[in-house]
Unconditional design. Structure first.
Length: 307
């Protein structure tokens, strides 16, 4: 049976660590000039996008190509899906041609339906609930920068129900990370549900309203946009709830103390969730995170398409 990657919840801590090891190996190979490997030779991967993407689209397509396979990118608008063909039919048709189907969707349930009807692995390229590939690249970056994951303290400043945060929290709990989130009360995460999804809980999840208290003594400050794709109608209400208190500023970095690093999945809205000088400052590792999307994509493809 095909093994899918819709979220990091079903993966064990050891499987996540193994993926990070493989990603580090791909990175070191590429640094030595070895780009082309052959794991996906003769195979093709469908990539479906319902929403825009720069990093995910580019990194995943290049990963497939460099591993010897053919990435075929479809925007939803150019598929019959946009004229009402059911997902379950799309899944069964694409499975007859492709060796994996990756998709970025508005509603996570659509990915679940795709996976239920697909005979090949399905990969989540971001849904309203999770962004598993982003969290893998993020923990790879933390491992590179800090040399460890266990007992790392990470404070996410922003929406506790954000898709990027959900995946960071699930993986962090498995990996022994102290995950903190600073958000207005109504945007607090469902901590019980995140712990249930993580299954093996070696880390801890703490919710704060005060961002200054949340960042005290942390190794990593992370933020994401206040208005995610699909939430545009809530824009005014969200900006009112989060700004200016939940913006990552130089003062907030200083409040963390020590050698805190700044992370953001990108794209960023400068002046909203983060100040320009933080994003461009010497603590920022955002472009290393973006680069690591390529290496972790390769690790995921190698795991799912192991022959
Ligand atoms: N971080 C991320 O997923 O970026 P894109 O939306 O550009 O793919
Ligand atoms: N939370 C953001 C992440 C973009 C990579 C969104 O869903 O738009």
């Amino acid at each position: 049976m095909a093994r899918h990657l819709l979220s990091l919840a079903p993966l064990s801590r050891d499987e996540i660590l193994e993926l990070l090891d493989i990603a580090l190996l791909y990175k070191s190979l590429r640094a030595r000039g070895v780009r082309r490997t052959r794991e996906l030779e003769g195979r093709s991967v469908a990539m479906i996008f319902e929403k825009p993407s720069t990093r995910t689209r580019a990194s995943f397509a290049v990963a497939v190509y460099e591993m010897g396979g053919l990435p075929v990118v479809y925007s939803r608008d150019e598929l019959q899906l946009s004229r009402g063909e059911p997902i379950k039919d799309t899944a069964r048709v694409l499975s007859r041609y492709h060796d994996a189907i990756a998709a970025r969707v508005y509603r996570h349930e659509e990915l679940e339906e795709l996976a239920a009807y697909s005979s090949v692995p399905v990969v989540n390229l971001l849904s309203d609930r999770f962004h598993p590939l982003q969290a893998l690249a993020d923990y790879m970056t933390i491992l590179e920068k800090l040399g460890r994951l266990e007992r790392v303290k990470l404070a996410f400043v922003g929406d506790g129900r954000d898709n990027v945060f959900q995946s960071l929290a699930i993986a962090g709990l498995k990996l022994g990370v102290e995950v903190r989130v600073a958000c207005p009360g109504p945007y607090a995460p469902d901590t019980r549900e995140l712990e249930r999804l993580a299954g093996e809980v070696r880390g801890v999840l703490k919710v704060y309203e005060d961002p200054v208290a949340a960042v005290e003594g942390v190794d990593v400050i992370y933020t994401d946009v206040i208005v995610s794709m699909g939430q545009e109608s809530e824009r005014e209400q969200r900006l009112r709830a989060f700004l200016p208190r939940y913006r990552v500023t130089r003062e907030l970095l200083e409040a963390a103390g020590g050698d805190v690093i700044f992370m953001h999945c990108l794209p960023a809205r400068r002046g909203e969730e983060v100040e320009e000088e933080v994003l461009e400052g010497d603590r920022s590792v955002v472009f290393d995170q973006a680069e690591n999307r390529l290496h972790t994509a390769k690790a995921v493809l190698a795991m799912l398409l192991k022959s």
